[in-house]
Design a protein around this ligand. Structure first.
Ligand code: ZN
Ligand code: ZN
Ligand code: ZN
Length: 272
């Protein structure tokens, strides 16, 4: 399993267009980027490639990284930065199987799979496959499982990708309050990719602050939707991940912390 981090940023990316903050300036100087979220997983045994989330930066990512175009994709939720690169499939791909959860979201009145079907009805290469959470399905020679996480108010899913005893786990967009059954599914991964949008120090200035504080009072959730860096690291520790990379990273990290380990940047590649 070859894992390439195509997009490791939040919804504005780093550098953010026209932003002259120290972090965006440092990113430009270093020549590194954190584009909108997407991960490419290649199965060397079958030659197939699976994409987890469809970044609006899809075209740019496939120009930057030397990886094959996807045969299938998993959509974790319907937020713009994770889904709306799907339009790039038009005239680029002959076919693309999109896998997503089939449980109805009370907020939208439809499942992620339904939303993909409705919004991309015009895309002929697409076939959409709905799956129940926790029910493992097969695609690109991988065993893939969608696991519910907490990204209020919408439904969102973490993803587990397995093959021959090798395991990649993605938390998806989530706060620290991941259900126990999902924690169990995400545990013992060879590589864990965890949402860590900001350091915990930035939770206080947020209008709703932080949540899920640890024993020292450090917030493991930023606002309501995402984990802090400290929350993501606590989760990785609890889940016994062999290696962790922090993703969905925003430009709000102070410049002297923004490129420290284990924060990921685009283009990182892992052989599992
Ligand atoms: Zn900036
Ligand atoms: Zn989201
Ligand atoms: Zn997001």
């Amino acid at each position: 399993m070859q894992v390439t981090l195509l997009g490791t940023g939040d919804t504005t990316g780093t550098p953010t267009p026209r932003c002259d903050c120290e972090t965006c300036t440092a990113a430009r100087e270093r020549g590194v980027e954190r584009t909108r979220f997407s991960v490419h997983v290649r199965n060397e045994a079958t030659g197939e490639s699976l994409l987890v989330d469809l970044s609006p930066d899809l075209r740019h990512q496939f120009l930057e990284q030397d990886v094959p175009l996807p045969d299938a994709a998993v959509a974790t939720h319907v937020h713009f930065d994770h889904l709306h690169g799907l339009g790039n499939a038009h005239r680029l791909l002959d076919s693309l199987a999109v896998h997503a959860a089939n449980e109805v979201d009370p907020v939208t009145g439809e499942s992620v799979a339904d939303s993909v079907r409705d919004q991309y009805d015009y895309l002929r290469p697409l076939t959409v496959h709905g799956h129940a959470p926790y029910e493992t399905f097969s695609t690109c020679g991988f065993d893939v499982t969608l696991v519910p996480v907490e990204h209020p108010p919408m439904l969102c899913y973490g993803v587990v990708v397995e093959r021959d005893g090798t395991k990649l786990a993605l938390t998806g967009d989530t706060n620290y309050d991941i259900p126990e059954a999902s924690r169990a599914a995400l545990a013992d991964a060879d590589l864990l990719l965890a949402d860590a949008i900001v350091p915990a120090s930035l939770a206080d200035p947020h209008p709703v602050g932080g949540d899920h504080h640890d024993d020292e009072g450090v917030p493991r959730t930023f606002g309501t939707k995402h984990m802090t860096r400290e929350g993501a690291l606590a989760l990785a520790d609890e889940l016994d991940a062999r290696e962790v990379r922090l993703v969905h990273v925003s430009h709000f990290y102070p410049a002297d912390e923004a490129f420290e380990e284990p924060l990921a940047v685009d283009g990182e590649q892992y052989q599992l």
